[in-house]
Design a protein around this ligand. Sequence first.
Ligand SMILES: [Mn+2]
Length: 366
Amino acid sequence: MGRWPAVTLAQLLMQHKLAGHYLTRATVTCYVSPLMERRERQEKAVHGEILKMLTSELLHQYAQVGDCLKLSDFLGFPPAGAMWAHELAACLIPAPYDGTTCARPGARFGPAALLTASCEIEILESFSGRDFSQIPILTLPALPVAAQGPEAMVARVEDSHRLLLSAGLPTVMIGGEHSLTIGAFAAHREREHDLVYVSFDAHADMRESYQGTKFSHACVSRRASERSPVVLLGCRSISRDEWGAINHSPQITLRMATELRGRRFPQDVLDVIDGRPVYLTIDLDVFDPPEMPAVGTPEPGGLGWYDVLDAVERIMTRSRIAGFDIMELAPIAGLDYPNYFAARLLQVLLGRWLPECKSQEGSSSN
Ligand SMILES: [Mn+2]
């Protein structure tokens, strides 16, 4: 019980591509007998090389059809030492989409900018003291964009997450605009019905619909609130209608940026979460624009680096984070700092998050 199915990395890459391309529920699992797995492990060094060749061949095929780009591996590392999918610590899903962005577009370039910057940051992560060269993290090819519109793209994100989660893989999405979180959250919510949606965002994203679609970046929290309790942290831009929706819904807890600035954290938020699993979404515009200017819709008076990290740490003392995403990086040409900021944020969050996943994995297989 609790054993993750054995899926080779190459199969996973192929399945991910199929899921993105055809929106199917492609069969994800390929079970092998324990005996065979043991033999494979003995031959791991050899197979690792075969895997590498197979993977690069698959990626070459993607490039040929032009629908699935392989970006840099996070921190410049392929998932060293991992041969089977269940040996991976996490899968990163780059989602380069900004189809409903209404202010400055560019979030489609966010995943590539974050991953490129990540290749230059220190492998040893100072906050957790973890050596990331020893953590097998798979950076999947960029999710192919659905040209039909945001609903189709959200469905594609949902299918991809569902596929990876069914293989027991912890997922992290790199955006891309915030609307895609609707799909990621839906896939997680399907597996964990008591999931709480926790959002760090300058905006409430509580609109019923926006510019003709319910799958806009401005409607993310509203869609989540239809299924689960929602906690909005760091807000400072809310429309009159959104205030109405927030005040009328017992499902929603709102804490403005002023309540979190200065490394403070409203303790009562933990009572709302109350030990339930959390899906965490970070819209980078929650940060103060001088710290994080590379977002489509900046708002003054945001949170600082340590405000957010402290808050996440407080949440993790009481709850398990089921999955998370970092969204809305819209790179500014000639200004690299925000890309490094986003890359380091991903690394620090992974450093805090992954031990929890691994301990869970240990306890579930016993
Ligand atoms: Mn926002």
